[in-house]
Write a protein that binds this ligand. Sequence first.
Ligand code: GAP
Length: 510
Amino acid sequence: MSDDQFKNVLSHAKEYGFVFPSSEIYDGLSAVYDYGPNGVELKRNIRDYWWHAMTRLHQNIVGLDAAIFMHPATWKASGHVDAFNDPLIDNKDSKKRYRADVLIEDYTEKLEQKVQKEIKKARKRFGDDFDEAQFVSTHPRVVKYRKQQKEILQRMVKSLENNDLADVKALIEELDIADPVSGSKNWTDVKQFNLMFGTKLGASAENATDLFLRPETAQGIFVNFLNVQKTMRLKIPFGIAQTGKAFRNEIVARQFIFRMREFEQMEMQFFVRPGTQMEWFEKWKEIRLKWHKSLGFGDEYYRFHDHEKLAHYADAATDIEFKFPFGFKELEGIHSRTDFDLSQHEKYSGKKMQYFDPEINERYTPYVIETSIGLDRMFLAVFSAALQDETLPDGSTRVVMKIPAILAPTKVAVLPLLKKDGLPEIARQIIDNLKWDFKVQYDEKDAIGRRYRRQDAVGTPYCVTVDHQTKDDDTVTVRDRDTMEQIRIPIAELQQHIAGKFDLRNWLNL
Ligand code: GAP
């Protein structure tokens, strides 16, 4: 997808009531967005799809809804006060601010693009005989690019780990990296910048306590670990799932709802016996990838990206990356977080955070596998992959949102062919019957073809049309958004017919 196509995603999201810039009448607020009537339904459906998969389908995973405000010691214990930083660099000429690591990664990505170009050329030249593995390991230019990539990333990771920001700047200068906007190479030093938003609790300035808006939902789960385990009498392994808002003062907040300052996470912490974490890490990688694939966009949209630079608390980490309009980017993180968080909270609170395992008669601090996905980012993934300009067999075109039916904002549109002859009344009766089970919409304005197109553009998977034949034999047509085929069925069978399409068994039965 090109830049133009991404612009198309943005304008479609606004025009059809999915996403609006926040406080738009005041020119908006950077990297903050509001969800419109269609957006809020799509977002809720994604959240439910995740929630049902995590909690209903796993007897040993329970839910939680912790507060956004937490005791400030939480963030000291978790490491966010000291280490939740981005390395920033400013360009003195353009006055633009960048993440230093992103500038370097973008440079290595360009080397990778050169590699891909060579591969493409060679594939064309050698045809069926092309052996990609052999080519990339022997072709001198490709070997050189890959070696450079590796060396650059290794040096960057090492400098960041050692907090050697002078070397990060030196690397940017050695690579001759220019400001992508102005082309200038006049850089400031690299500085660390904490991403948490601060606020105050209390009425008077002297007595106010400094608080943070949570930058992840996970810590609400960790501090409640024993409350949940004891009240629900859970045995390890078990998980706690939560969805909710998180806040980060992102510096490079571009790409629409991909990187926001206020966003929503869907996180699950899975508590396991120490020593078994790698086995569970692999299991959760597989379970989560299957969840994504159950939506039917196709395997080519997903890939794993294992982390080279592990966070201080992790002993393994991978991202599920999605093919966004601007390339493969992180959609979900799966992390093996060891016993870091529980041990830290034990240390800072002075309260034991251990579990007695009756099976082995031992007390220990559990290890944790975390699955963490951004709800807004998932929204963008679904939205951008679903939006299509389709050319039909007769040469005409239509804009259609092929949103997986289970996630679609409106499930069924009920349309009387004409605004008269008693057809609207029948349509209203049908709605009164269906509205208990599905989000249904009535539309009688304009010719039927235009109404179908309107529903296509917001991703409604089924349109039920009431016509004159309905009056004779109590049947209606049901039009499928994707195939545009219509079938005629009795009104009496409509509810059951549609219910079958949204049965979770058919979606999540993996
Ligand atoms: N508890 C672990 C954690 O928060 P993370 O990789 O920082 O890990 C997890 O975030 C997920 O949250 C990401 O994969 C992404 O989907 C989403 N996310 C993170 N920052 C975001 C932002 N600024 N805007 C939208 N989504 C974001």
